[in-house]
Design a protein around this ligand. Sequence first.
Ligand SMILES: [Zn+2]
Ligand SMILES: [Zn+2]
Length: 330
Amino acid sequence: MKAALLVRPGEIVVDAIPEPTIGPDDVSIAVGGVGLCGSDLSVFSGKWTAPAYPWVMGHEAFGTIDAVGAGVPRERIGQTVVVEPNVACFTCDQCRRGWTSACVARRSVGMNRQGALAERLVLPSRFAWPINGAAPTDLVCVEPTAVVLAALRRLGTPLPESAMVIGVGAQGLLMSLALVDRGVTVHAHDVNQDRVASAVGLGAVVAAVDESSPTFHLVVDTVGSPASVAVALSRLEVGGTLLVLGLDGRPLDLTAQAVVRRQLVLRGSLTYDHPDDFEAAIAAVRDGSFAPGRIVTDAYALDDAQLAFERSGSTAGKTWIRVGSDGETS
Ligand SMILES: [Zn+2]
Ligand SMILES: [Zn+2]
């Protein structure tokens, strides 16, 4: 089957790879399309090292089930499904506590198991969520929508009237859209002004970040860099919450004194916990109450995967790659 292969950091070759084998509890998915996000770009650039080269990337995928293992009902063949790409073990302490996002044996599509930028992807059946009637652009956004819904669930408090979102790449745009939908006035900030313009197009306003600008009870930082967290901290009011989604490994310039004196809440949120968060994302897209495809701006063919990755880091919205001939699946 055809796949986009990362042969070394920064270089993709489209070539044939062996068909995956289907285990008894697995489904085989003819991939329709795959969304790209910051995690994929980290693997592409080599910032995160791929487990091996060549490597198949991609995890925000949808497609059609074309074969099932012996233990899976045959009625599932033909279903349009969205991939929940983080396969938890369900036996470790974190999984038993319901925190599958922190599973110590997590196997993630495109990270440490075969990615979705291939004609076929094999996955345990419970991680392939049926959905009908949604546009491909909505389908490639279900996974990052689950990230947003999990983060808002973990906040555990009523949303304030206004909030700031720092970093409005794909994840920040979806967070902005979800907050706007919930009646929150979103103040968007990004070093890329095209992305701020996209956020404004979704109903946000441009954030002011000078000394005298307003402070917020909630600041969401999808970047997590020392610079972005510094901006976030400067815009939090006393008692406010900093919700961090960005995975940056560098130390932050933050003292306990600042946290204590300003009585801040720091909340990190990683992906989502199986199955509730993904189920919520599927339901919101299926019933039309959330239309995440509005953040999608760029589409490419699988053969142009190299170009898609090179450009996706700087475009105004989300990029996706059409894989199957039925990228227009319904
Ligand atoms: Zn992603
Ligand atoms: Zn586990």
